[in-house]
Design a protein around this ligand. Structure first.
Ligand SMILES: [Mg+2]
Length: 417
């Protein structure tokens, strides 16, 4: 993966605004080379293809539904069209009052074709709540509306928000294991991979969010061990979940460079932007991040300043497919790759696949954490299995492209605040 680095001195800055900013910066600043005005122009472009709809689609009903650990959103139009989303139940079991009280009312009675305007209204009403607590409920509503619009237009979710660049998604296996010795961790990674033909894998290093690594020295040992075990053909990534200081991250990053790792995810706490940039500037290998990032402005800053070389918005944590596309578009213009963080619950992998299907700047592999066994559903256009290339075919049917068993949906009760 090429990493675009531009060395600029204050004297060579072009735009007036950046001249002022750069005059206070160190003599040598690494920048992605894209201007803020270009990024702002990208952010002003619509995402949803309204031209696919000739008539308004009035949303008559929005309901949050729950059955045990399953949380769904159902939207119904005044003409009887229906859309379903499968939410991330891990967080929605706590966040449902925000959905019911502060998100749902903004959708009822509105024209679903104006989805982006509705979402702006929801944000304006709720901006003080910005973060996963707001974005996850909003994403849940957005994805149900997109499912409905896809069914009306006969288009997949991807076709509603972009042009299809990928019909099949190459996967990497994400391993969540921490707190074991390097040898035990390696055994778990091998066990996870089993007979699956993955060509890439990611494992955890450091202690989450700067907590103590256990056992001490685990990552230092594991990084060479995994490379030696899987050979040079395997693409390897690591994820520190914000576990390091800048100094420690640079040291570990250099070790990964020695062993030819693909990227280094969240080396320092995700909201420590200057720390992230310091690590990026000190290393040749790409940094990945953004799964916890709630703000478009912060992504804009990180892309402009080349603090990340791979952006990873999570379609649920970041407020939906449309906002995630805005991040991917900014990154693409700056020559930065995108691979989403995958919400590991419900049908997170399906939303991930539709999102990746429209990315011209998709990274080589995308996160996979296993299939959900909970859902009784059919997918007429994809087997939803991993083929011998380590890829899954993106469903091409309307909306999400799956038919969830109506009897299963009927078991759910409407959630009230
Ligand atoms: Mg991560």
């Amino acid at each position: 993966m090429d990493r675009r680095k531009f060395f600029k001195s204050a004297g060579f800055s072009l735009a007036g605004g950046s001249l002022l900013l750069n005059s206070c910066a160190p003599a040598e600043v690494m920048d992605s080379g894209i201007s803020y005005s270009h990024l702002d122009e990208i952010l002003s472009r619509p995402v949803l293809k309204k031209e696919l709809f000739t008539d308004p689609v009035i949303i008559e009903q929005v309901s949050l539904l729950r059955y045990g650990g399953s949380i769904l959103c159902r939207v119904v139009s005044s003409d009887g069209a229906e859309g379903i989303s499968v939410s991330n139940d891990l967080y929605m079991t706590s966040l449902y009052p925000i959905f019911v009280q502060r998100v749902q009312p903004h959708f009822t009675g509105k024209d679903a074709v104006q989805l982006e305007e509705i979402m702006k209204d929801v944000y304006l009403y709720n901006y003080k709540l910005q973060g996963l607590a707001l974005w996850l409920p909003l994403a849940t509503a957005e994805m149900a509306v997109l499912d409905m619009l896809g069914k009306i237009a006969g288009k997949s979710m991807g076709e509603l928000i972009g042009d299809i660049h990928h019909t099949s998604i190459p996967l990497y296996l994400a391993n969540d294991n921490r707190g074991r010795s390097a040898e035990e961790s390696l055994a778990r990674i091998r066990e996870n991979i089993g007979d699956w033909p993955f060509k890439a894998l990611k494992f955890k290093v450091a202690g989450r969010m700067h907590s103590e690594e256990h056992p001490p020295g685990r990552s230092e040992k594991l990084i060479p061990l995994v490379r030696e075990t899987f050979g040079n053909e395997m693409t390897l990534y690591t994820d520190a979940n914000g576990g390091y200081s800048v100094k420690e991250a640079i040291k570990t990053g250099k070790l990964m460079e020695e062993y030819n790792y693909g990227y280094f995810e969240e080396p320092v706490p995700f909201d420590w932007y200057e720390g992230t940039k310091q690590v990026a500037d000190a290393l040749d290998m790409p940094l990945a991040g953004g799964e916890q990032e709630p703000s478009l402005f912060n992504f804009r800053w990180m892309i402009k300043n080349n603090a990340l070389q791979v952006v990873q918005p999570d379609q649920f944590y970041f407020g939906g497919m449309i906002r995630s596309v805005q991040v991917a578009r900014m990154a693409d213009a700056a020559g930065i790759q995108c691979t989403p963080h995958m919400s590991g619950r419900g049908l997170g992998y399906l939303y991930m696949m539709h999102f990746v299907s429209v990315l011209p700047n998709a990274a080589s592999f995308h996160e996979f954490k296993g299939f959900s066994q909970r859902f009784e559903m059919e997918c007429p256009t994809s087997s939803l299995t991993i083929d011998e290339e380590g890829e899954i075919k993106v469903p091409t049917g309307p909306g999400l492209g799956v038919i969830i068993d109506p009897d299963f949906i009927e078991k759910h009760q409407i959630v009230k605040a």
